[in-house]
Design a protein around this ligand. Structure first.
Ligand code: ADP
Ligand code: MG
Length: 723
């Protein structure tokens, strides 16, 4: 694997050292004066006043105007924290973490004291924390525990234009809970203030959604950006990966032919970014700076990747100005479009693609896929070049691609992904009628019904759409309901030690290292295969469990990881996630009546049988040769992914369950485990028997009491004993 950042000349490293060696006070002073230059600064008094005056406020302003980093500080200085903490939500965990770091620096306090952050499985706050950056998912969990949000004086929903699922749900919930003045002040000395921040001009829609609340628009200063279209990517290239090479070519051209100024490249995900950085570095190494570069002040190229699962110290580097004479080139995911602002960018290279979670009707599941961005997204990307002076945006795709393949706007996540987890959250909050919940943009009813159906299949709700005891337990876990279902099954059988590590390993980033060089790749593949065979019978879930246990019991776990081509950082997170999941389980076992079941099967089958309880929705049966057919009613034809230990063993298999799907020209199933038909025989009818209209509140009244009684008795009998 390549090591970043790349420097062209060794002496530049010295410059870097000198930069990072600057005395702290100088850095703070420069930060102070930097924040005074931001467009929001002149409006600070009016802004705090506006927050004071109204229960809801919409704030809009160009990306980089200082909303995320500055407004919470103004509110803190204006004394809002006397009445409670200030929460600022972010859809992305990286944004929550890096922004909190920056604000802690600006407020001159160690991170985790007055300023802290909380993201899933990582809480960096203390009793002193009053300015708390957090992911929208974390705040949603807090609403569940305390719907009045009594610890907070202000809640800021940030990046609302991203339209993430959790932010949209929070928006509806806060409207529902706090539009009623009596509720908003109940038990509080100071009514909660809700601020909604957006980088785009959807302010009218937001304001009318929040009862025509006031809008504060921060006037922006932007410079013109000239955009050019390329000739490489046309409407026919949607499935090709040619865009990686093309952005590299374009970035290199800009480096050699344009005047000084930093470059920001928009790509899709970690592997594409790392590949592009490798290629660009190779090219940059060939430059003779005496002849090949137009601007004589440009003497080197600093290449920096930026994606969500990168270590935070590396992420911090991208904000630092490059050494004199060095052009910085950041190769990023969409995170750099609005969540994070990198100063000094003059050139944008836009690949035209983004990796997005979409509900795939072909396989009936949510999958991450590479899709063309929307035109509004492309404009947002281009805009990042015009913050300090006039900029240029190089789109590698053709005008025809823009016209034919790119939609006008990005569809909000709520209208394109699974709603299972949020519907359960809403139900647990007492929102029974999830169809008429106030959504900023209503999801299609069939998506809501699909979520209800899944919850029913996992026994989280009953046939009348009411949350069951199991559902109340499930909502406590920040995991996919299916995985939680398996975990709770294991807990009732007393074998949670098998499932907790598996759940943790499936919740962290990819643990397997995939080196770029073919010979190294072979070596890594061999090690990974060795880890899989150690388990005995081939089973990818068991392999994860075995890696977790072997590493944990090793005397030198990081060396163990290195030797086995496993990401030590990912495993460390898995250890921490496992502990946290165990704590949640223990807490629930202390306060709830946990059923106890006995297991009369073969012990070696225990893990697989527990998995079946939550993964029976992901069952496939071999139909012919290497082709499997899913059993969820979609009947999709799927193949085992080459990364699975069961790849090439298909002939010996009949029934399997899988964790997720990857769609390319084929549909691949990943993290696979062989099962026996008997284990899912009683569960599979659940995939088809339920009438979704019966589950939704609209149809609930139509179920007669007599029918209900009959059904309840039957269900109760089925559930005895345990889950
Ligand atoms: P907005 O929320 O309006 O998009 P921000 O508050 O995120 O604006 O950004 C304001 C300024 O703070 C930008 O110039 C940005 O570069 C800077 N900034 C934000 N986060 C960091 C960080 N972690 N390190 C250095 N500078 C940062
Ligand atoms: Mg922001």
């Amino acid at each position: 694997m390549s090591i970043f950042p790349f420097f062209r000349k060794p002496q530049i490293k010295k410059n870097q050292t000198r930069l990072s060696g600057m005395s702290k006070s100088t850095r703070w002073d420069s930060e102070d004066s930097e924040s005074k230059q931001l467009p929001i600064y002149q409006h600070r008094n009016k802004l705090t006043q506006a927050v004071k005056n109204s229960p809801f406020l919409v704030v809009t302003g160009e990306t980089g105007s200082g909303k995320t980093t500055q407004l919470p500080q103004y509110l803190h200085r204006a004394g809002f924290c006397k009445y409670g903490k200030i929460a600022i939500t972010q859809p992305r965990r990286v944004a929550a973490i890096t922004v909190a770091q920056r604000v802690a620096q600006e407020m001159r306090c160690p991170l985790g004291r007055e300023v802290g952050y909380q993201v899933r499985f990582d809480d960096c706050t203390s009793q002193d924390t009053v300015v708390k950056y957090m992911t929208d998912g974390c705040l949603l969990r807090e609403v569940l525990a305390d719907p009045g949000l009594s610890q907070y004086s202000v809640v800021i929903l940030d990046e609302i234009h991203e339209r993430s699922l959790n932010t949209d749900i929070l928006l509806g919930l806060l409207k529902k809970i706090f539009s009623n003045p009596a509720k908003a002040t109940k038990g509080r000395a100071f009514p909660l203030k809700v601020v909604v921040m957006s980088a785009t001009l959807e302010s009218d829609k937001l304001s009318s959604f929040l009862g025509d609340c006031p809008v504060f628009a921060i006037p922006g200063r932007t410079f013109p950006v000239t955009c050019t279209f390329g000739s490489a990517i046309g409407p026919k290239d949607i499935e090709s990966t040619a865009y990686v090479k093309e952005v590299v070519k374009m970035a290199f051209d800009v480096h050699t032919s344009e005047v000084a100024g930093d470059i920001l490249v928009f790509l899709t995900g970690q592997s594409e970014i790392e590949r592009a950085c490798d290629l660009l570095f190779e090219k940059a190494e060939t430059v003779d700076y005496r002849f090949d570069v137009q601007d004589p002040t440009v003497e080197g190229l600093l290449i920096l990747p930026l994606y969500g699962s990168m270590p935070t110290d590396q992420q911090r580097q991208i904000f630092q100005p490059p050494p004199p004479g060095i052009r910085k080139c950041v190769v990023a995911t969409n995170i750099a479009a609005t969540s994070l602002t990198i100063n000094g960018i003059k050139y944008i290279i836009d690949s035209g693609f983004v990796k997005q979670l979409n509900h795939n009707s072909r396989v009936g599941m949510d999958i991450l896929e590479v899709v063309p961005i929307s035109k509004s997204e492309a404009q947002q990307r281009a805009g990042r070049a015009g913050r300090i002076s006039a900029g240029k945006c190089f789109r590698i795709y053709t005008k025809e691609f823009w016209e034919k393949s790119m939609p006008e706007y990005t569809i909000p996540e709520i209208q394109r992904t699974s709603l299972t987890a949020v519907v359960l959250t809403l139900k647990c909050l007492g929102v029974n009628d999830v169809i008429s919940f106030p959504y900023l943009d209503r999801p299609e009813e069939r998506f809501i019904l699909e979520a209800l159906k899944q919850l029913y299949q996992f026994d989280a709700i009953d046939r009348r759409g009411r949350v069951t005891q199991l559902g109340e337990l499930m909502v406590e876990f920040p995991l996919h309901p299916g995985l939680t279902r398996s975990l709770l099954k294991a807990a009732s059988l007393g074998c949670q030690d098998l499932l907790l590590p598996v759940a943790a390993m499936l919740s962290v980033e990819n643990i397997f290292i995939r080196p770029g060089r073919p010979e190294k790749q072979k070596e890594a593949d061999k090690k990974h295969r060795g880890l899989a065979t150690r388990v005995g019978s081939m089973n990818d879930f068991a392999t994860l469990l075995s890696i977790f246990q072997s590493c944990k019991s090793s005397d030198r776990p990081s060396a163990w990881c290195k030797e086995n081509w496993i990401h030590w950082r990912a495993l460390k997170s898995a250890f921490s996630v496992e502990t946290q999941l165990r704590e949640i389980l223990l807490r629930l076992q202390q306060v709830q009546n946990f059923p106890v079941e006995t297991f009369d099967g073969n012990k070696s089958e225990l893990l697989r049988q527990c998995l079946c309880t939550g993964y029976f929705t992901n069952v496939a049966r071999r139909s012919m040769g290497k082709v499997f057919c899913t059993m969820d009613g979609h009947g999709s034809m799927v193949h085992i992914h080459p990364s699975s230990s069961l790849f090439d063993q298909e002939a010996e298999l009949n029934w399997v369950i899988f964790h997720d799907v990857l769609v390319t020209s084929r549909v691949y199933i990943r993290t696979v485990c062989p099962i026996r038909y008997e284990w899912v025989k009683d569960l599979l009818p659940k995939l088809h028997e339920v009438d979704v209209y019966e589950l939704s509140s609209v149809a609930r009244e139509e179920v007669t009491d007599k029918e209900m009684k009959k059904w309840e008795t039957r269900e109760a009998a089925k559930r005895q004993p345990g889950f």
